[in-house]
Design a protein around this ligand. Structure first.
Ligand SMILES: *[C@@H]1O[C@H](CO)[C@@H](O)[C@H](O)[C@H]1NC(C)=O
Ligand SMILES: *[C@@H]1O[C@H](CO)[C@@H](O)[C@H](O)[C@H]1NC(C)=O
Ligand SMILES: [Ca+2]
Ligand SMILES: [Ca+2]
Length: 538
């Protein structure tokens, strides 16, 4: 009972001092720890009813350091209730609500020192004015930055709509050009087909001649082969019985396959198609193809390839070794590969293909002499073919351009396309070892300062911010794989800044990079106050 009385007295004193203190500001009289907006809920003339309506108590039990209300509403200024909230006015700075257990806990939480009123060991200074001043200065700076940024942002928006319009105009022009080019291509195709029919007819005569010549050549070759085989047969058939047998083969060192100084029965049989003896026709058809290489070898005309097994094996081992080393630092090729998918590389590839096609169409055998008329037709057809492939190439070129434009127009450059001007630019950040590069809407890469081997840390994927702030973060994924690890990826946090700048790079997890990027494109409404976090920092 005594304790309670003491606190009642001290409460009276406290409320009085409160009234006195607040008299010189615009503040409303209210119990300790109550905000201005809640002041009317505490009327000293009346009994107090807990906010949840569960209990009515004499007003003297408000802030008597004894928790009466289950919702803590009777103890806004003491730590008595386990779940109460204490309001610091913090005149000169910003008001703050703290959990009531921080009242008189020996730690200065409020810059006006109001949370530590009953603890003589702590001496909290009121530094709200200084804090307020620097906060206001900081806020002013931020506001100026924001203002300048917003100015640039609106320029970006204008530029974007211009760029977009240009791209759209170009797209519709290209679509017109495409249908025109398609028409040309079809015309060229018809012309080519027509003249090729004539060319074909004219060439038919020469093809027949060529065919006949080929046949003749083949026949001559066959006859020569047969002649050679017959001669050899006669030579081998030493007893002239019209057959070559193993004993006749065994007299010839040429057929000592294993080079042991003797032609065995087995060796001899090999040359007779595994038979004991062969007649002339059999020898020509089955034996000659086995015999001939050995005769040629003997004559020094033919050397079988020497197998180089050992060397091959060591080479393979080296290859594997290279692969292992290369996998960490193979980026250049991969990046080029990636770019060529959508870049001009495509055209180069096409050119290569066509050249190959042309070469295979007209094999470079000895030139045939054509009559004048045929020669003219060939030239005409060649020209028609060239015109057709050119027309085809033009169609493909326009299609590629259209695809590029469509891809551009599909990209999400922000709610007002304010990020569009960043596309096509790259921004560097250097640390001790590396140069990092962000090319917005394209890729993120890393390059050591010591060499020029780029590592791809990701290609543009999508916006990644939370639902209400989607455009605060970008994701670049599908980067090069880490050695024995996942593909690299990069998050880019976007903040308002007066210029486009990569301000920080880190690797919070293995193969996961974090970039901080400032840009005027992100300068929008004032960012929400961060004062709530103040307590955690103190
Ligand atoms: C504390 O207060 C909060 C909000 O006022 C409430 O959601 C929570 O349930 C309360 N906890 C206790 C233990 O009373
Ligand atoms: C479309 O074709 C016209 C006429 O050939 C040409 O001048 C123009 O540059 C083409 N447009 C584009 C976007 O290539
Ligand atoms: Ca109480
Ligand atoms: Ca405190």
């Amino acid at each position: 009972m005594e304790r309670r009385l003491y606190f009642k007295l001290s409460f009276v004193f406290i409320t009085h001092s409160c009234l006195i203190i607040s008299a010189n500001s615009s503040e409303v009289p209210r119990p300790r720890g109550v905000s201005i907006s809640r002041a009317p809920l505490y009327n000293p003339e009346k009994d107090f009813t807990c906010f949840d309506g569960t209990l009515t108590i004499p007003f003297s039990q408000v802030n008597d350091d004894y928790c009466d209300c289950s919702d803590a509403s009777d103890e806004p200024g003491t730590p008595a209730c386990p779940n109460g909230s204490f309001h610091c006015t913090n005149a000169g700075h910003k008001p703050l609500n703290i959990p009531s257990y921080r009242v008189n806990d020996g730690v200065c939480d409020c810059c006006d020192a109001s949370d530590e009123y009953a603890n003589s060991n702590v001496n909290c200074a009121n530094n709200c004015n200084e804090l307020g001043r620097s906060a206001r200065e900081e806020a002013l700076k931020q506001a100026e930055l924001l203002k300048a940024g917003k100015q640039i942002r609106s320029e970006y928006i204008q530029r974007s709509s211009q760029i977009k319009q240009e791209k759209k105009d170009m797209l519709s022009e290209l679509e017109k050009n495409l249908s025109e080019a398609d028409k040309v291509k079809n015309e060229k195709q018809v012309l080519k087909d027509q003249v090729e029919v004539l060319e074909n007819a004219a060439l038919q005569k020469y093809r027949e001649i060529e065919e006949a010549e080929k046949l003749k050549k083949q026949e001559a070759e066959n006859a020569k082969n047969r002649e050679e085989a017959t001669e050899t047969f006669k030579l081998f058939d030493s007893n002239e019985d019209g057959k070559v047998d193993t004993s006749e083969i065994r007299t010839r060192q040429t057929f000592d396959k294993d080079r042991n100084g003797e032609v065995s029965e087995e060796e001899a049989k090999y040359f007779l198609n595994e038979k004991e003896e062969l007649g002339l026709e059999e020898f020509i058809s089955d034996g000659w193809s086995r015999v001939k290489p050995f005769l040629m070898m003997d004559a020094g005309l033919f050397k079988p390839p020497v197998p180089e097994k050992e060397e091959e094996e060591t080479e393979q081992v080296e290859d594997v070794h290279d692969d292992i080393e290369g996998s960490e630092t193979e980026p250049v090729e991969e990046i080029e590969e990636h770019e060529s998918v959508e870049g001009e590389g495509e055209e180069i590839d096409e050119d290569d293909e066509e050249e190959e096609e042309e070469v295979t169409e007209e094999p470079a055998s000895e030139p045939v002499k054509y009559d004048e008329e045929t020669q003219k037709l060939i030239e005409k057809a060649t020209e028609a073919r060239k015109e057709f492939t050119d027309a085809e190439k033009e169609v493909r070129h326009i299609q590629a351009e259209i695809k590029k434009l469509e891809e551009y127009l599909e990209k999400d450059f922000g709610p007002e396309d304010e990020f569009a001007p960043l596309e096509g630019d790259c921004f560097d950040y250097e640390d001790y070892e590396y140069i990092y590069k962000l090319c917005p809407f394209d890729k993120a890469v890393q390059k050591p300062k010591s060499n020029s081997v780029e590592t791809r840390l990701g290609v543009w994927s999508n916006w990644l911010g939370s639902e209400d702030n989607k455009y605060s973060s970008m994701l670049y994924d599908r980067g090069q794989s880490c050695w024995n690890g996942p593909q690299r990826s990069t998050h880019v946090r976007i903040n308002c800044g007066s210029e486009n700048k990569l301000t920080a790079v880190s690797e919070p997890n293995r193969c996961e990079y974090l970039f901080d990027f400032t840009t005027p494109a992100a300068c929008k409404e004032a960012e929400s106050d961060t004062q709530e976090d103040l307590h955690d920092e103190l």
